[in-house]
Design a protein around this ligand. Structure first.
Ligand SMILES: [Zn+2]
Length: 94
């Protein structure tokens, strides 16, 4: 994030945190039923603290699954993902 932007300021002040990758997976599973979708996975050289993530055990697995989804548009493999952190990091409304 660029210093001085409202989002970066909110991050620095603890008013914003990047979404969990589990939240991204949840949203992709819903939207993929409705229309073609591509998940932006560029890290733009941002530090890990500014990127959507899971835990140290699942972050790479989730990123790889979302990358595969971009190529296949098949959300079924996303339903088979799991990790101990999943419930803690999932959106409470979905
Ligand atoms: Zn995890």
């Amino acid at each position: 994030m660029v210093d001085g932007t409202p989002l970066k300021t909110a991050l620095d002040e603890g008013r914003y945190q990047p979404p969990s990758l589990w939240s991204v997976v949840q949203v992709v599973r819903i939207i993929a039923e409705l229309l073609p979708l591509k998940v932006g996975l560029s890290h733009e050289n941002l530090p890990a603290s500014q990127l959507p993530s899971g835990c140290e055990r699942c972050t790479q697995k989730l990123r790889a699954a979302l990358e595969r989804f971009n190529g296949t548009q098949d959300a079924q493999p996303l339903e088979e993902l799991s990790c101990e952190c999943q419930r803690k990091n999932a959106l409470p409304i979905l």
